[in-house]
Design a protein around this ligand. Structure first.
Ligand code: XMP
Length: 513
């Protein structure tokens, strides 16, 4: 394992990401991590970039015990400046901020870190720079603007580089990281999802023991399905999956999830139809945040009630709760965001744990989304489910603008199912990050046959994004939009008009509410 110490750069998590791409396991922890409290010995350490100045009074610094590990160390940007600060303090402001591409000029032929990366494009993003060589270091690479673009300790494998090898703009950055992790640190390249399945199943069995039972909520999405399938492989029917039908799921969702999970994957699933309960609580409510709160609270209430009905065979209570937490959520909660560390609680863990006194099992907490998808495919989960668009917890309730009633939900659902069906038919589903229909509670005039109609509006949304923080709308061709619009107006009662949302995020959000 490689230890990545995070000094708060926006790129830090990409270091872990890249290392895993060549099957090296890496773990990221805040830069303030005490080495004595680590509990394991890394084979190498990477100090990330960060937004601070090493010479500032409140700048974060690495635990010096990292040097007693006697393993290779790579400082990237701030990480390099930190190494220089510790070894002679030759760091200061550059004349100007350097941001963008530069060409790497490697001065030595035989250094293991720089094998195969000479003359490649590297990505710079820094304001501070080295003003001289750190004590006992030598220069091994330069760029036009950085005379100390790469430095190494004279006798130890301690490196500093000014650029960011973890971003894809550094064309051979991955080669450099591989040189570090594999050639210098001698890590094994055995981080594969095949290996992960075996070790995780074993870990779950050890944790749960021979008789205890586990409960978990499923949503029909990829994360909870993959987590549930792993649990089933590990402990069979001692895992109890629950799907709460909240009345605002997609068309036929509860039925379809049951078919896939029970018939297809052998998961011990109970579907609880609580739609009337949810809809009655949503009566008269139009505020989006209020809708979210009601659905969240009602969910916890229903889930706890169902959990109490399960009587484990060992005569004890249910002891564990499965959560599909992914690594980005973990990173979010541990990453170093300032002189004091911010810990964020996972929004989907919240209330359940406080009340139920259950121990958490999070089999996906080490995985990125694409690793979860790969794992899902290895576990025999269909391509369609593995690549499903995300669906918000409050579901169609935030896609029916205004009051949520059974009738309004039915209209939104029907229109949405036609839209998604056409997207799939046209081979567009995997090109789009998320697509859905919204029902606008606005009456508009139309003419259908010889009759005047006075009905509502469906707004279609389709977006492309990598992280859902920003997005752009998907450029459908006109023939596609024409087809969907005509099908929705003709087939869905209560709809007089269809519009397509051409707003990016920002300034809009993905959902309408
Ligand atoms: P926004 O609308 O915030 O959406 O741009 C970004 C992503 O988050 C999803 N989303 C939610 N997911 N509960 C969820 O579980 C929510 O309350 C919620 N609101 C938005 C949205 O579908 C998109 O993928």
């Amino acid at each position: 394992t490689i230890l990545v110490l995070d000094f708060g750069s926006q790129y830090s998590h990409l270091i872990t990401r890249r290392l895993r791409e060549f099957n090296v396991y890496a773990e990221m922890l805040p830069c303030t991590q005490k080495i004595s409290e680590l509990g394991w010995t890394p084979k190498g350490v990477i100090l990330s970039g960060g937004p601070y100045s090493v010479y500032a009074e409140d700048a974060p610094h690495v635990d010096h015990a990292v040097f007693d590990l006697n393993v290779p160390i790579l400082g990237i940007c701030y990480g390099m400046q930190e190494l220089a600060w510790i070894n002679g303090k030759q760091v200061g402001r550059g004349e100007k901020r350097e941001y963008g591409p530069a060409t790497l000029n490697v001065l030595t032929k035989d250094d293991p870190l720089f094998q195969g990366v000479d003359n490649s494009r590297v990505w710079m993003s820094h304001g501070d720079k080295l003003h001289g060589l750190p004590t006992n270091f030598k220069v091994i690479a330069t760029s036009d603007n950085s005379p100390y673009c790469g430095v190494v300790h004279e006798t130890k494998p301690i490196y500093g580089i000014q650029f960011h090898p973890e971003v894809t703009h550094s064309t051979l950055g991955k080669v450099l990281l591989k040189n570090f992790a594999v050639n210098l640190c001698k890590t094994k390249q055995n981080w594969t999802m095949e290996n992960f399945i075996d070790s995780e199943i074993q870990r779950i069995r050890d944790l749960v023991g021979p008789t205890a039972e586990v409960i978990g909520a499923v949503s029909g999405g990829v994360d909870s399905t993959v987590a549930s399938k792993l649990m089933t492989e590990a402990i069979g029917d001692r895992f109890h999956a629950i799907l709460v039908d909240n009345g605002v799921l997609r068309l036929d969702e509860a039925k379809n999830v049951k078919k896939t999970l029970v018939d297809g994957l052998g998961i011990n699933l109970k579907v609880v139809d609580a739609s009337e309960e949810f809809l009655s609580k949503l009566k008269g409510v139009t505020d989006p945040e209020q809708k979210r709160k009601i659905i969240g609270h009602t969910f916890i209430h229903v889930f706890e009630r169902e959990a109490a009905l399960i009587k484990p065979k060992d005569g004890q209570e249910i002891k564990f709760l499965l959560q599909g937490t992914l690594y980005p959520d973990v990173i979010e909660s541990i990453s170093f965001k300032g002189p004091s560390q911010t810990i964020k609680t996972h929004h989907n863990v919240g209330g359940l744990l406080d009340d139920m006194k259950l121990q958490l099992i999070e089999p996906l907490r080490e995985l990125f989304k694409d690793e979860v998808r790969h794992l899902g495919e290895l576990l025999g989960i269909s391509h369609e489910l593995v690549w499903r668009h995300p669906f918000p917890g409050p579901g169609i309730a935030i896609r029916v603008l205004g009051e949520v009633t059974k009738e309004q939900v039915a209209i939104a659902r029907h229109a949405d199912s036609i839209y998604i069906e056409e997207i799939r038919k046209h081979g567009l589903y995997d090109k789009i990050s998320q697509a859905f229909a919204c029902l606008l509670p606005v009456k508009t005039v139309g003419v259908q046959g010889d009759n005047r109609v006075y009905d509502q509006v469906i707004a279609l949304r389709a977006i492309e994004t990598t992280d859902f923080m920003t997005c752009d709308w998907f450029p459908f061709d006109h023939a596609f939009l024409k087809k969907v619009s005509s099908r929705i107006v003709n087939e869905v009662d209560g709809v007089a008009r269809v519009v397509y949302d051409i707003t990016s995020k920002p300034p809009a959000t993905v959902e309408w509410e």
